[in-house]
Design a protein around this ligand. Structure first.
Ligand code: ZN
Length: 208
């Protein structure tokens, strides 16, 4: 997932020399499959290597999350990290708090409360586009770490959005499935026409 936000600064990944793999693009069936149940017998050293590769691929993209199907592997595994510097105004508007690197094995979520938030988001597997998606703003996230220990944590705002986006990938769902289709923009046109406009203007202008 990429934030679709040209106001991010420090875009160049600091890990440019790390190995990366190609990110699968929409239309590949691996992105539409529900990943099978997690195999707890997977070798730890293989998982560590895979996680490192996913992390460097995510950072180089650059993105704030990457799910295993996005590199062609139908596994219930995702990595998340959102430590990119952004301006305060954008952070406040999106409730965007820094998210330390996390590995989510077999993640799931349930909405908490009834609050929703609507923001433009993008996806490294739908390169070049962004669209507006309404999502629960507060969730109870659960996942396992690589040691098989289950975790639960309430996530809010942009952190909750990233977690939902990546978990959805493991169930064959892309953000465009949940987006207001009339809001679909190329990233260039989003920057050119809408990124500095209030949400109501964008909604009216695009008619969604
Ligand atoms: Zn994505």
């Amino acid at each position: 997932m990429i934030p679709g936000d040209e106001r991010m600064v420090g875009m160049s990944a600091p890990f440019g020399l790390q190995p990366t793999v190609e990110i699968v693009q929409a239309g590949d069936p691996v992105l539409r499959a529900s990943a099978p149940a997690w195999d707890p017998s997977a070798r730890r050293e293989d998982l560590d290597a895979l996680v490192e590769l996913m992390r460097s691929t995510m950072l180089a993209a650059p993105g704030v999350g990457l799910a295993a199907p996005q590199i062609g592997l139908s596994l219930r595994l995702a990595v998340l990290q959102d430590l990119w510097p952004i301006d305060e105004e954008t952070a406040a508007a999106k409730e965007r708090e820094p998210l330390e690197f996390m590995v989510a094995v077999d993640p799931s979520y349930i909405p908490v409360g009834g609050r929703t938030a609507t923001h433009f988001e993008g996806c490294l597997s739908v390169r070049g586009y962004t669209a507006s998606v309404e999502r629960p703003a507060d969730i109870l996230a659960s996942w396992s770490d690589l040691d098989g220990v289950r975790h639960e944590r309430e996530l809010h705002g942009w952190q909750a959005r990233i977690f939902q986006h990546e978990t959805d990938h493991l169930n064959g769902t892309l953000y465009v499935d949940k987006a207001a289709t009339r809001s679909l923009c190329t990233e260039q046109n989003y920057s050119r026409f809408w990124s500095y406009e209030p949400a109501s203007t964008v909604r009216e202008g695009l008619g969604y």
